[in-house]
Design a protein around this ligand. Structure first.
Ligand code: 4AD
Ligand code: MG
Length: 466
């Protein structure tokens, strides 16, 4: 269907051709002599309008009520020009087969339903216009991400999901426990999914085969080991944060893209982040036109113009000190007060991106390179309107003594970073990188207000169904 609807003359070049469409019924309109079925096969936003009459082979299925919203069907017909105003062509159906009927309880009927409601139907929401479009744009952003880095000579590295280190040092990690076969023997059927021993107690005694292990919060440290061997690399995979924050920008499981550049400083890092973001934004504008028009109309008015600006304009660069001064000079009353050294809150980010520049930094992690002033580090955040912090990055501390001092200051256990410290012992180089939260990018590109709608199966506090 995308092939036809996406074409320059929207299928007029296919007039007279025989076509098979397999998809799901969106709507059914029964009239006395003709029946219209809108079918969507997920390849694009547009439905194919199918026209049937009593001569259509298999029409009995329509009459018997087997064709209803949600049903899967196979239709074969001829492409003819359409009288309707919504489409240039439609399918005059010769034969219809119902593959899977749909129960009348199908919860997503034609009337518009809220995205909040659809979160409780995560298994069916991809059948809506919005979530179909989000899935395609998310896919395009992932493809463009690989395309950008591959075209620029980066090597994709898989970072582990299970790890013993805490990259951000914030202790926001989920623990890994093991259900050993031996302990599973005396597990009563874990109906509710929680393993119990015979006496009914939950068995939390097993960790990762006798060693502590966590779900990774970031693949950065692993990326650094490959950057100090292959030069420019990137990771792209799931990461996990056990922060109990119920906001529209936080997930417990999110995907992160983390490039790491060897022989590079903070300026190279910022240049890479800018070029990357502009590339992927341009990519979706050019390749997801129909879906972007949909977002522009239904989700965020003007998003196409705003993204076109991002793709074309230079980004404003602001030092931490300037950002603090800007916030202090602001006439606005903030809930959290602003002093040099404080971590910027979302309200501050919002002011900077939406009011000060309709167009920074935080408490810094141990791995960030100390500046000559001895009190700031070579780090950057990329803030965008509506989403706030999209990217966090830095030049890494490549000097062994500084790094050891910093670990001590933060009371982190040096022993567990022995391999990371080794990178500074053997051929250390200046290097830098950043992390971009993929769902925030999806939010930014689609205009979705809530990050729970930017990932197929959101994981947030108390929600791991589906
Ligand atoms: O700023 P963060 O914590 O930086 C790091 O993890 C670095 N190790 C990255 C690096 O330099 N390689 O996270 C990076 C980005 C944020 O800017 C944000 O976009 C996203 O990850 N992010 C989240 N996205 C969704 N839900 C959460 N709970 C997120 N926490 C961070
Ligand atoms: Mg950050």
């Amino acid at each position: 269907v995308a092939d036809i609807k996406g074409g320059p003359d929207q299928g007029l070049d296919r007039l007279g051709q025989t076509l098979v469409v397999k998809g799901w019924v969106r709507t059914l309109r029964l009239q006395s002599t003709v029946t219209f079925i809108e079918v969507n096969d997920g390849s694009c936003l547009s439905n194919m309008q199918c026209v049937l009459d009593p001569d259509t082979e298999g029409y009995g299925q329509v009459e018997s009520g087997s064709v209803a919203t949600g049903a899967s069907i196979w239709v074969q017909g001829i492409v003819v020009s359409s009288q309707g105003s919504k489409q240039k062509v439609e399918l005059k159906v010769k034969k219809i087969l119902v593959i899977g009927k749909s129960d009348p309880s199908f919860p997503i009927q034609k009337k518009r339903v809220s995205r909040e409601f659809l979160r409780t139907k995560a298994h069916l929401r991809p059948r809506t216009n919005t979530f179909g479009a989000v899935a395609r744009v998310r896919n395009a952003l992932a493809y463009a991400t690989h395309k950008f880095f591959q075209e620029n000579g980066f090597v994709w590295v898989s970072s582990p999901i299970i790890t013993a280190s805490d990259c951000e040092g914030a202790g926001e990690q989920f623990c890994v426990t093991t259900l050993m076969p031996s302990s599973r023997d005396d597990v009563d059927s874990p109906v509710d999914g929680i393993p119990k021993t015979k006496d009914g107690l939950i068995d939390w005694s097993q960790d990762f085969f006798g060693k502590p292990a966590f779900l990774t919060v970031s693949g950065q440290l692993n990326a650094e080991t490959y950057a100090t061997a292959l030069s420019d690399v990137y990771t792209f995979g799931p990461t996990f944060r056990a922060e109990n924050s119920n906001t529209s920008r936080h997930l417990a499981e999110f995907w992160m893209i983390e490039p790491e550049l060897a022989f590079a400083d903070l300026n190279d890092d910022m240049a890479c982040a800018t070029a990357y973001l502009q590339y992927v934004v341009r990519y979706v504008l050019e390749n997801c036109k129909e879906d972007m028009e949909f977002f522009n109309t239904w989700i965020e008015k003007g998003i196409i113009d705003r993204l076109s600006n991002v793709a074309a304009k230079e980004f404003v660069q602001l030092t931490y000190t300037d950002a603090i001064e800007l916030l202090q000079r602001a006439k606005k009353k903030f809930e959290f007060s602003v002093e040099w050294g404080c971590d910027l809150q979302s309200e501050h980010e919002r002011y900077i991106t939406e009011e000060a520049f309709s167009g920074c930094p935080e408490i810094k992690a141990f791995y960030m390179r100390q500046n000559d002033d001895g009190k700031t580090v070579a780090a950057m955040d990329l803030l965008v309107p509506r989403v706030g912090e999209l990217i966090g990055g830095s030049q890494r501390e490549e000097r062994l003594e500084y790094l050891e001092d910093r670990l001590d200051q933060l009371k982190l256990n040096k022993d567990s970073y022995w391999w990371y410290l080794d990178l500074r012992r053997y051929g250390s180089v200046p290097h830098a990188g950043f992390g971009l939260g993929f769902e925030r990018l999806v939010q930014f590109a689609t205009g979705l207000e809530n990050i729970r709608d930017a990932i197929p199966f959101p994981r947030t506090p108390g929600s791991a169904e589906f």
